[in-house]
Design a protein around this ligand. Sequence first.
Ligand SMILES: [Zn+2]
Length: 679
Amino acid sequence: MFKKFIFLVINLSLFASFPLIKTPADLVGFFPQSITDIEKKKNEVTQEFIEKLEEAIQTPFEKSSFSNVVIPIDTALGQMGSTIELFQMLSMLHTNEKVRKYLSQSAQELANFEEEFLLSHPEVYETLQRYYDNPREDLSAEKLYYLKNILQDLNRLGLSFSDKKRNRLIQLKKKLNELTTLFYKNIIQDQKFIEVDKDDLKSMPENFLSQLKKNENGLYILGTDYPTVFPILSECQNKSVREELFHVFQNLGYPENLPILEEIIEQRQLLAEEFGFDNFAQFQLHDLMIKTPERAKEFLNDLFAYASKKEQVEFEELINDLPESVSINESGKMEPWDIAFCQNQYKEKCFDFDNSYIAEHFTLDTAVDGFINIFEQFLGVQISKEEVNDLWAEELFALKVSKQGELLGYIILDLFPRPMKYNHACMCPIIPAWDSENIRYPSLNIVVANFPAPTSESPSFLSLDNMRTLFHELGHAFHDLMGESDMILTCGTNVKRDFVELPSQLMEEWLWEKDILKKISSHYETKEPLSDSLIEKILSSRSVDIGYFLERQIFFAMLSLQYFSQNVPIDTQKILKDVHDHVRNNYQYYDKDHRQASFGHLTGYGASYYGYLWTKVIALDFFEKIKQEGIDNPLVGNTYIEKVIGQGGKKDPNEIIQDFLGREVSLSAFLKRTGIDCQ
Ligand SMILES: [Zn+2]
């Protein structure tokens, strides 16, 4: 494999893999659009990877320095990692099927090549280790932290293993890469849908119906994309439509993905054992903030104690006043397809508000302008909307971000559903905020979501949940944009996985402030902001089902911990049922629910899904401090940049938290702001 690449690239001229993106026009040449482009990029990055690593390992020990040993290795690994991410992301966004396939295959090839190269060149690891043991220069705390982490990561590739053991590992990882890629592909390619009559959708608003496609018999097609599923589950009066759509939604990727998932779990168990751990959760969490699965479980159990009490109160309220068409079953439980519907009806009744009407105050333009308005002030940056053309789809645009005249980077937004597009929301880093030899590379990332698309009659309206998603993903994007570093592997969101959801969840919090909702809302026709009374209702309605929401997150977190910490082979269905019955016992377990087959986090996040709640607790603690000093106060914004997002992955997250808060994290802000403390 390695030789083949050498042969392929030997006559190519040298190109740096990261361009300097200064204008939206520079983006066009950067994103590969054809198989030739992909091939060219693949060759460039491979050549540079080999050259940089050779530069490092061929440096005589007596001449070794941070800049001629560590930096080239960082450049090689960083550029390769970014290219793999770019290919993977584009393979889930591109509209051309051939290109999509080739991107996915190329990402896989590069990942395999990188791993095999490193495993067959233990001198990369040895060179770094030798330098770390005897650096011959004073190293800052940041550089020492970097070295410790990169050695740890390389060690996890098995570079200190015997040849035989290392070969076994190569095969294992290759297999795992293939399985995880397949798992993702099966989710995306599963286009399950149901067809229903117009009469079945009587309760649905006109702007929802106008977005739906019809089949040749005039029946409406309900797909499994978010903008279809969530409104149906919460607003459709027809129980059987809700049930049918719930069924197909919870069975995306099923049945293909079930054996694949079980195999991923088994292979990861083998991987963990190679490193002397009992299970994959132990292996994975060992390097994260939380350190052990036991501590993660303890954290979740503590939260569960609060959340379940609150949820019980909510549930009793809910069943006291059920909609006519819904009843509780003989075990006293609610059917899963009734939950969102009942919650929505309850909210409408108690708070007398209509989600569609609220959404009319947040067209996509209003939402983005609102975001710009808040964060230009708080972060002291300039943000402008820019057109981008000739990329992978028509409906894209970008945000250009500068600070004091210096371009920090671009965020490309791809926000509407398309067939075969990635069906969740995410931020994908493409070019890091890298400082290399006095050049600050403007960073580049992509924010992906699936909001309701505009129609010929109406613009795109964002529900409050869509707004939360937008702020969340932009929170990641700004972390990526502002986390400047001399080393690619510590730029931006290259942080511990159980720290990465902090800036994103923190940014969501601005939305739940009265003044902010007033300031950024504007009805698309009247241009009036939300009324004070409606804002009050929105804010008080948030805590109405927070217990339910937290339990749901605890469910996913416990499920992923269980999947990766039990003896293999495991029965994913049985564990799903057990965790469900333990955590969500007011809701009927549905035995045809195979949501694990489309639980994409299981591959990327593995056992670390708890990280969402873990960082939520930290985020609310941070927000309380920010609020004391002013949520529009650029001074605290600047402190936040300097001490938190500007640090990228250069510091231990525990130190970052201590630096910002001046103390350890406490649960009290979380309990207070979520409203689960008052029992
Ligand atoms: Zn996130």
